[in-house]
Design a protein around this ligand. Sequence first.
Ligand SMILES: [Zn+2]
Length: 113
Amino acid sequence: MHELSVVESMMAVVLKHAEKNRAGNVNRINLVLGEMSTVMEDPVKFYFELISRDTIAEGAELSFRRTQLIAKCPDCGEEFKVEEYDFTCPECGGTDTEIVSGREFQVESIEIN
Ligand SMILES: [Zn+2]
């Protein structure tokens, strides 16, 4: 399960921000999860509960925002939403397109007190 290392780096980010802002508690962690990400919500929650125990993030609520799969065509600069794994540029028909978003897993913000 690679979610363990994912959650470990997530916690490092959260605790660093919490410390910098002199937080007493972390109430909520807002996460961005791309629709093509290999990270699953349930194992993230599971490992978070384990790892956050006895830290100021213990009991924090995890909120997931799903992002769509967006690709960009280097030939014409078009950005488009990928549907049904069709990465062909709708503008010029180019197939050498690159994923812009949709595979990420990151901390968007945290709510503290
Ligand atoms: Zn194009």
